[in-house]
Design a protein around this ligand. Structure first.
Ligand code: F6R
Length: 242
């Protein structure tokens, strides 16, 4: 594991974008695994700057996103497709035909999960998978549970996740009850994993994830077993790690 501690969120974002940018330069046809949420927004802004400065070319890049709400279409402004388009894809020269996100409109969850899993399998896993960290240690929508779920699957959102996400919707009733997510094995297949973490409210779970026991009760703890894990966290998130 390589651990970088940065002064603040901006510096974390810049460092993470530098690592992703290096991947894009070294292997222009990389498969990038991407995440939504508030943590990667700054990283995506720096990647856009890299494109605008002509340092980065995304024309040969393929992307696979971690997860998507079941029942939301691409046009829905709460869908993760919409998020990715507006925070990154619309501002870089990515070929949208190489963008992959689980299709939230597919009713047959098993079929959609199998399709997505086999697609990632065909790519041989992501070259680099970017991850944020949930307050309970979740990665993607892999929530604390009695066992790890290996492959892409459909999850019922926990009450706490619905509660946490309701701020983005008109009411809690509008928050989708299910989501499609890469499984733990799908994530671990990535050749490199880049975990980005910011803020004091993540300090405890970051410490548990990186230095506590590997357990499905803290899904991110599995990352300790990955052979190329890079963590970029700001001082606040690192405050409990000596
Ligand atoms: C996002 C995702 C989630 C987030 C996590 C942290 O696609 O799968 O696991 O990475 O919930 O979210 P933020 O960054 O908003 O704290």
């Amino acid at each position: 594991m390589r651990l970088y501690c940065t002064k603040d969120y901006q510096k974390m974002s810049r460092k993470a974008a530098g690592i992703i940018g290096a991947q894009v330069v070294l292997k222009p046809d990389s498969v990038l695994g991407l995440a939504t949420g508030s943590t990667p927004i700054g990283t995506y802004e720096y990647l856009i700057k890299g494109y605008q400065n002509k340092d980065l070319d995304f024309s040969e890049i393929t992307t696979v996103n971690l997860d998507e709400y079941k029942g939301l279409s691409r046009e829905n402004d709460q869908s993760y497709y919409y998020f990715m388009y507006h925070h990154l894809f619309k501002d870089i020269n990515i070929n949208m035909e190489r963008v992959n996100i689980p299709d939230g409109t597919k009713e047959d969850g098993d079929a959609e999960c199998a399709r997505y899993e086999s697609l990632i399998e065909q790519y041989g896993g992501a070259d680099l998978q970017l991850l944020g960290l949930g307050h309970n240690g979740h990665i993607g929508f892999n929530e604390p549970a009695d066992e790890f779920v290996k492959n892409t699957h459909c999850v019922a959102l926990t009450e706490s996740t619905i509660e946490a996400n309701k701020r983005f919707f008109t009411s809690a009733d509008d928050v989708p009850r299910h989501a499609y997510t890469m499984g733990i094995n799908t994530i671990m297949k990535a050749k490199k994993i880049l975990l980005i973490v910011s803020g004091e409210d993540k300090a405890e779970i970051l410490k548990k994830s990186l230095f506590g026991p590997v357990t499905s009760q803290v899904p991110a703890s599995i990352l300790q077993l990955h052979k190329d894990l890079v963590v970029v966290a700001d001082e606040a998130a690192m405050s409990l790690i000596k």
